[in-house]
Design a protein around this ligand. Sequence first.
Ligand code: ZN
Ligand code: ZN
Ligand code: FE
Length: 762
Amino acid sequence: MENEKIRARIKVSGIVQGVGFRPFIYRLATSLNLNGFVKNMVTGVLIEVEGSKKSIETFLKLIKEEKPSISRIENIQVTFLSPIGYKAFEISKSSEDLGEASLVSPDIATCNKCIEDILNLNNRRYWYPFTNCTQCGPRFTIIKALPYDRINTTMRKFKMCKECEKEYNDIFDRRYHAQPNACPICGPKIWFEDKDNKNKFFNEEAIEKTIEAIREGKIIAIKGLGGFHLACDATNENVVKELRKRKNRMFKPFAIMSFSIDKIKKFCYVNEFEESILSSNERPIVLLKKKEDVNIIAESVSPKNNYLGVMLPYTPLHYLILKELNDIEAIVMTSGNIKDEPIVIKNENARFKLSKLADAFLMHNRDIYNRCDDSVVTLFNNKILFIRRARGYAPLPIEIPIISKKEILACGAELKNTFCLLIGKKAYLSQHIGDLENIETFNFFKNAIKHFIKLFRANPEVVAHDYHPMYLSTEYALNFNGERIAIQHHHAHIASVLAEHNINESVIGFSCDGLGLGLDNTIWGGELLLLNEIEKFKRIGFFEQVCMPGGDLASKEPRRMALSYMVNALGIDNEIVINFAEKTFGKKMEIVLKQIKNKINSPLTSSLGRLFDAISSIIRLVDINEFEGHAAIMLEHIANENVKDFYNYNIKGDKNLIFETKYMILEILEDLKKNIYPSIISSKFHNTIAKIIVEAISLTSEKYGINNIALSGGVFQNIYLLKRIKENIKENNLRIFINELVPPNDGNISLGQAYIAAKVFD
Ligand code: ZN
Ligand code: ZN
Ligand code: FE
């Protein structure tokens, strides 16, 4: 009986295609003397093996234990059948099947073996910038459809040469079925294009020209994995300033790329955890603390900012450029786009749009199908905190706590938009799309939705959108066929936390951000919510409301909020108020004061983000935002962790708690009069907000008997605030959850919408 043969049919789903999974199965099966086959399906990998029960058990165990490092197994399904007498083990042709599409791998940073290849003078891929293998290279950015075969990618137009084909078909080769496999003979090519004299230089010469140009202080548009970058010497103040001028961007930090951790350590603090994230397969931009007394990186790279956004090379091209530039510690690698537009991905667009920004181009002819920005993360509590989730992470799904009965498309918010396709338990969150304020970004949004629907073979029956009727994402949803559901912004923020932490029970949420339209049609943004069920919420508290003089303009101009809070605390005729108005608005002051007084175009808001803006302007740090969150980020950066003082505040009401901030504003103005340092004021302000949040949580958690607390919204990107909240929590029965797989900002709205919609239709 022991030796009786059985047949097992095994379905493996997850990231099991294009990662060396079938060769691994082949080696494993043959080593155990199992006959049968393995093949790619749309839904994953299908294996059949015949042999003794014992060896099949070992086989199943080893699949899990020894799978290729970049593969990810979601599920293994086994059925036992009677044997049909396979004579050998083979890898069969891919076939189509019905069912849930398999996972699409994100792009993976170049592996060490491929780096060895491109540095080896005797290797045919010496200095070849498109070198990749099953363990690394482009994936999401080149894929058009499943199954993940070359003809379904933008590599389709390159016919493999004999040698590449040999590797591709050799089960023992690292490039066995590496879909983007290529070499200098048959693969994509790079060239350097001078903007002025139109001269072109190819291959190695293109890299040399690029290096030369960067050394000379020029700005080069370099085509990468998910789009173009604008690159220049990050240690050269003049060229960085020039880039700022051309990009019309004075303050928003530029990301930089450095050759190695050792180099980064010369100008930033890097702990072990940060090191592991920097060098992970995902290679995100990591925000690192600058070393104070070091002047290696030009100040203009991230002016008046304590942090630098740093990444390591993630393609062979980056690697070669930075290796050759060994005397330069880092280069700027900022998105190649015109302000507010998505990054450029096409060569002809680059020539047209980036020619005012760049002096020359380093281009290539491997098309980018899915645009994808670099991801940006910061670290809190030895975990990643996403600022932007894109390359390296998208389009991996996030598993929600329930199986959705319907396929759902959630369209997200307006700023920092992402959308989400929910199929079963899997929420396929899109890469960061951006601010849907202009037509180009809106087109990107629409096309990306089309791509996702095709890629994951979805057929959304329900479309979820923000409660705000004027968002372009809402407009899109309203034109989409299907059942529609409007979801309040802050409700969605909280639900996103629940979705990723697998919570399907009552929770108290504190949702703090810039703004979202409330159910009472005022602007919300500092909301304490009670969710007895995921799909329903009650607003049980909010920050004291003030008006936003000028409406939308008040989001862009912190000075407007400053004035509004000051009027709220002191009255409109107060001398301090008038003085501030004069100083910050000049001739325009009468208009703004009138807006406040007569409540013209001045909606009420409880937004905590706007309060951060106000404080930033009251202490004259930032009066006008250059980018979303600008004033608040600067305010965080000057805060000092050693300051433990805080201001007076008051929590009033019982049905609805109101967090009064008047007293704090008065004390801040007192501090200003006493010439207290802005950094101390900022610290005391942060400490006060942390206290209010913790007290509100404690009060309500006790009152409603709920221990699950969720925090979400852009305000919780503030690390200083998060640390203080953590320190202030005394109750150890509270379970505090924050976003870990998606950003706390509006990038998580679509995930929250999807979860709520799934509960509504459950
Ligand atoms: Zn590789
Ligand atoms: Zn070749
Ligand atoms: Fe928000």
